[in-house]
Design a protein around this ligand. Structure first.
Ligand code: ADP
Ligand code: ASP
Ligand code: MG
Length: 240
């Protein structure tokens, strides 16, 4: 059983939340599953980093922004790996490039061209949990790229496809996909299951719960995405 789990920013906001996720991950490892974890930057770090950069240069180069912003996810990967280690499990963190995620050179909105999963497979075969920094890849020049805001979802689906994962789970701060934003509309209804095209039209109408390219990729590979809460343990939504 190979499971890809992605944790978004709010799900990793502080040490307690990182530990909660690490506990779930090591629980799966204990049951004998191979686990690949994709992490976003903690909390609203990416917004904060963008603000900070703007204080110095409002028209900074897209290449430099990518090198800078990708660090948020890399910090999460390091922290998560250490949290898993504290539970007594072997884990390794990888940047997008180390994880074999190759993109085009469109800085700030790069598209994944291919995934070379050999390094991840080697680490899994050695019994490690593999923690991958989301939202990033490497372009043909060897430069760091980012996949567009919310792009860690796409990292998770791309890895699930390349590794032929049995499950792809996206952990977030709500109980799945709803007909409207459940934070704004408390009476919103959760979908138990939703098709790819309906999901894409929700996203087009502003539901940023999943990155659009992650859904396109899942559709193209026929991968069901499970969207669920990192906090409640409630059933979520199957996309696909
Ligand atoms: P993450 O940090 O886990 O990637 P996001 O902020 O990208 O989380 O996406 C989750 C948020 O999407 C929720 O907090 C919710 O407010 C918002 N959202 C907007 N529309 C919807 C919807 N239709 N269903 C679920 N969540 C939605
Ligand atoms: N941290 C990035 C962002 O805020 C990527 C992600 O969260 O998926 O857009
Ligand atoms: Mg997101």
């Amino acid at each position: 059983m190979l499971i890809v789990q992605k944790y978004g920013g709010t799900s990793l906001q502080d040490a307690g939340r990182v530990r909660t996720a690490a506990r779930r991950i090591t629980g799966l490892a204990q049951q004998g599953a191979q686990v690949v974890v994709v992490v976003s930057a903690q909390g609203d770090m990416t917004d904060k980093l963008i603000e900070k950069a703007a204080q110095l240069n409002r028209r900074g180069s897209a290449r430099e922004m990518d090198a800078y912003l990708a660090a948020g996810e890399q910090m999460s990967a390091g922290l998560m790996t250490m949290a898993i280690g504290a539970f007594g499990y072997a884990a390794v963190s990888l940047t997008g490039g180390q994880a074999g995620i190759h993109t085009d050179g469109v800085h700030g909105n790069a598209r994944i061209l291919r995934v070379e999963p050999e390094r991840i497979q080697k680490e899994l075969a050695e019994g490690k949990v593999v923690v991958v920094a989301g939202f990033q890849g490497v372009d043909p020049e060897g430069d760091i790229t980012t996949l567009g805001r919310g792009g860690s979802d796409t990292t998770a689906v791309a890895l699930a496809a390349a590794l032929h994962a049995d499950r792809c789970q996206i952990f977030t701060d709500v109980d799945g996909v709803f007909d409207r934003d459940p934070r704004i509309y408390p009476d919103a209804t959760r979908f138990g299951r939703i098709g790819y095209d309906k999901m894409l039209s929700l996203i087009e109408n502003g539901a940023q719960v999943l990155h659009d390219r992650s859904v396109e990729l899942a559709r193209d590979h026929g991968i069901p995405i499970e969207v669920l809460s990192a906090f409640t343990g409630n059933p979520g939504t199957i996309v696909g």
